[in-house]
Design a protein around this ligand. Structure first.
Ligand SMILES: Cc1cc2nc3c(=O)[nH]c(=O)nc-3n(C[C@H](O)[C@H](O)[C@H](O)COP(=O)(O)OP(=O)(O)OC[C@H]3O[C@@H](n4cnc5c(N)ncnc54)[C@H](O)[C@@H]3O)c2cc1C
Length: 433
């Protein structure tokens, strides 16, 4: 990805590629939990006092639910006036679905999710299958948890409803964090409109544009990554029969990637299309686009891909520029820590952004349940930072491989992806903390 307009803070692709070579030549597969702090968990009392979570996204809700299930009380401050998620899809790989099972949400997850039997990687111009990956029973047998596609709103509602049932009123809507002050004793927060709150600890789970991170950490603003994304959702029945029967997969080509998968019992098809493009960098998930605009970037694509674009209802096609941040040296400032995109926003090429946010949420909850505050925060960071930095880096590198000049060479050499890195084996429920 040539991204000459990005500031120097956005690390060069050559430096990243070098990091990948080192990783590859060391022959490593990622299975551990990072450098966990020494000592046996479970022997000491957890933190006392109120816990504030800023942001009711997938990471914040996972953390809140895990804490409440263990008998702690939380207040989740969400800027939106209503709870919800955008109408797009999300993939839950076994490292994330395992967390849903642990939280008692297996039945709902399986009811609402689609387990794809396999996933193809294809040349976007010719449709030729370059790589085929098992995603069905074999994955579940290997990892003990399924690989599924869900509607984001369904996944979000599963977590939010469970939290509401466990602690009614835990989520405080219409609370947009504007200022936060923190020391070793606790935190004070100021929200839009002048509302204020205090807590013994706050967790910044407020996404890639995190106000918590901006207020308390030395950090550059999110940088445009050179990737513009489109998302579309369409009824499967609107597609020609041969396209309806296409297994989930991705089409790849120079500077482009188009990912497709089913949702809601195969009734809907979700896609996300990426183009490495300079000159437009607006943020947001709801900027309307047009079929003609998306088609113009895929004019040379095979007919099945174009049929998918053409069948999209015009009001169901949106675009936005992808932004990300460099890894932080530390996630803790006094009595505040970060999780998910706020801590380590990443490119979506391994489908691990929400998964790692949920892993953070559960591991942080376990630390807070078992250890006093300062120790819990230190253990959380030790357990999580190495893994998430690696996933952040590798997601970007995989994007470069997917969007390389010669798609036909993809899969012929070593690939570092979510499978080969062993990301699915990570167990946030039992990993050492
Ligand atoms: C195209 C695309 C496809 C993706 N597909 C996948 C996938 O298949 N699998 C996967 O694991 N990941 C995927 N991701 C990544 C995933 O969507 C994110 O990494 C994930 O949503 C991060 O969760 P989070 O809880 O950290 O933050 P968010 O989901 O961003 O939630 C943050 C919450 O904080 C709230 N908030 C923000 N600011 C404030 C404030 N000042 N005060 C109070 N509240 C605030 C927001 O309203 C929101 O509710 C994808 C991303 C993209 C762009």
């Amino acid at each position: 990805m040539a991204c000459c307009s990005c500031p120097a803070a956005w690390r060069s692709d050559a430096a990243l590629a070098n990091a990948a070579d080192v990783f590859l030549s060391a022959g490593r597969t990622w299975r551990g939990c990072g450098k966990a702090a020494a000592g046996a968990a479970g022997m000491r009392g957890g933190m006392s006092g109120d816990i504030a979570i800023i942001g009711a996204g997938l990471g914040g809700l996972t953390c809140a639910l895990a804490l409440v299930r263990a008998g702690l009380r939380v207040a989740v401050y969400e800027q939106a006036p209503q709870l919800g998620e955008v109408g797009a899809g999300i993939t839950l790989s076994p490292n994330a679905s395992r967390i849903m099972i642990h939280l008692g949400l297996e039945q709902g997850m399986r009811r609402l999710g689609v387990v794809p039997p396999r996933q193809l990687t294809q040349n976007l111009q010719t449709g030729k299958v370059l790589v085929e990956r098992e995603r069905g029973d074999g994955v579940e047998a290997q990892y003990g948890a399924p690989y599924l596609h869900l509607h984001r709103a369904d996944l979000h509602a599963l977590l939010a409803d469970a939290l509401e049932a466990a602690q009614p009123g835990a989520v405080r809507l219409d609370h947009k964090l504007e200022a936060i002050a923190s020391d070793a004793e606790g935190v004070t927060m100021t929200f839009a409109g002048g509302k204020r709150a205090a807590a013994a600890l706050a967790v910044g789970a407020d996404g890639v544009k995190s106000a918590t991170r901006d207020a308390l950490f030395k950090t550059a603003p999110p940088q445009f990554t050179g990737q513009v994304a489109w998302r579309g959702v369409l009824p499967r029945a609107a597609l020609p029969p041969e396209v309806q029967d296409l297994p989930p997969g991705i089409w790849i080509g120079e500077k482009r990637l188009f990912m497709r998968y089913p949702m809601r019992g195969w009734d809907l098809v979700n896609y996300a299309a990426f183009v490495n493009l300079e000159g437009w960098s607006e943020e947001g998930w709801a900027i309307p686009s047009t079929i003609a605009e998306l088609r113009s970037h895929y004019a040379d694509a095979e007919p099945m891909l174009l049929a998918m674009i053409d069948a999209t209802p015009p009001d169901q096609l949106f675009k936005w520029a992808l932004h990300a941040r460099e890894p932080l040296d530390s996630w803790t400032a006094g009595s505040v820590t970060l999780l998910g995109d706020a801590a380590h926003g990443m490119l979506p090429f391994m489908g691990q952004g929400a998964a790692t946010a949920m892993e953070d949420g559960l591991v942080l909850a376990r630390c807070l349940i078992e250890f006093p505050k300062a120790e819990a925060l230190q253990r959380y960071e030790s357990a999580r930072r190495e893994r998430t930095t690696m996933v952040q880096t590798q997601s970007r590198l995989l994007g470069l491989q997917f969007q390389g000049k010669d798609p036909e060479s993809f899969g012929k050499g070593p690939i570092l992806n979510e499978d080969t890195l062993g990301l699915f084996a990570y167990d946030a429920v039992t990993c050492p903390i």
